[in-house]
Each structure stands twice: as C-alpha cells, then as structure tokens.
Design a protein around this ligand. Sequence first.
Ligand code: ADP
Length: 185
Amino acid sequence: MEVRMNSNALKLITGDITKQTTEAIVNAANGTLLGGGGVDGAIHRAAGKELVAECKKIREEVLGGDDLPTGEAVITNGYNLPAKYVIHTVGPIWHGNTQNEEALLANCYKHSLQLAQEKGMTSISFPSISTGVYRFPIDLAARTALKTIIHFLQHHSFGQVVMTLFSPEDYRVYESALQQLLEKQ
Ligand code: ADP
C-alpha cells in the first residue's frame, strides 16, 4: 500500500529490513547499542562487525558510556547493508501504558525522521519498533507510528518512508490502521 502526502510517499511493505535499499534503515536497538535479538540482531549480522564497533564508539564518545535513552536516535554507517546508514533508536518496553510508552514510541519515529532529514536523506525504512520482545501491542503501535510519520510528512518535504513489516499479519494491522487514519483526515 502506498499513499502520497505533499511531495512525499508513505509505503507499507512486507519484508526483511536488512534487504531494503532506502538510504537509511532504522534499528529497534536496545539502550546499550551493542546488539541484541530480533531485528537488531539481524541488522548487526547483515552489516558486519564494523557496525558494533561504531556503536561502541558512539556509546563511549557521544553518550559518555551511558545507554541511549528511550525515544532517542543516533546514526551510523550501514557497512555491508544495502542501506548507506543505520539509525538506531530505542523503543519503549510495554508496561501497560503506565510509563508514557505511546509518547516514547512516537519519539522514536519523530527523532529518526528528524535525524534522516538533518543528514539530507530522502528515504528511510522502519521496522515495527517495540512490537517484538518489548511487547508493545501492535495495533496501538501501528496507530502511533503512522500518526507520527503522517504528521512529519505533512509538515516536511522529505521523500519516501517505508514501513517494513516482517509478517503478513503485521502488514494487515498497519494497513488497516493507515486506512482508518486516512479516513479521519
Ligand atoms: P523490540 O525489542 O523493539 O520489540 P524486536 O526486534 O523484538 O524489537 O521486534 C520488532 C519487530 O521487528 C517485530 O515485529 C519483529 O517481527 C520484526 N523483525 C524481526 N526481524 C526483522 C527483519 N529482519 N526485518 C524487519 N522486521 C523484523
């Protein structure tokens, strides 16, 4: 499914984010930036060892040895990936929406898009942040992600944003959330 907004395109696809050829792909990282399971592990495996080395450097030199806070984003090269850059953002762990999880998830999308635009990029692919091990309910995650992306595209001239859903079930959730959001406009 693809929709146009101003001069921008928002596309939903089913696929593997490590294969995407947008200028940047987004990693649903954990705060350590040192790799993990799920999409994070897949991105690190496909990018090669240089990725974790650059992440370590950012952790030491930019973050003073601390974790990347939830909702924030940093950028590295993509190394062996088709994408030139990886934007690493930390999604919220779901605690029943008692800890501002919706706003934190929106920040992941907003800050990743802002960073991509600051770097002059015109295309980016996102995975479904927080809906795996972090257990954010996917219907609410889809609404939050798409609302944030749509708001950004309505106010900026960016280019192409691709939501790369890993399963047909996830794709259908995002598709119906997008249809509902468009009907409301
Ligand atoms: P989180 O810790 O943010 O929940 P996960 O990696 O556990 O992150 O899951 C986030 C989403 O990424 C899940 O929907 C999962 O199915 C999906 N995913 C896993 N591997 C890939 C991949 N290679 N490409 C795209 N999405 C993926």
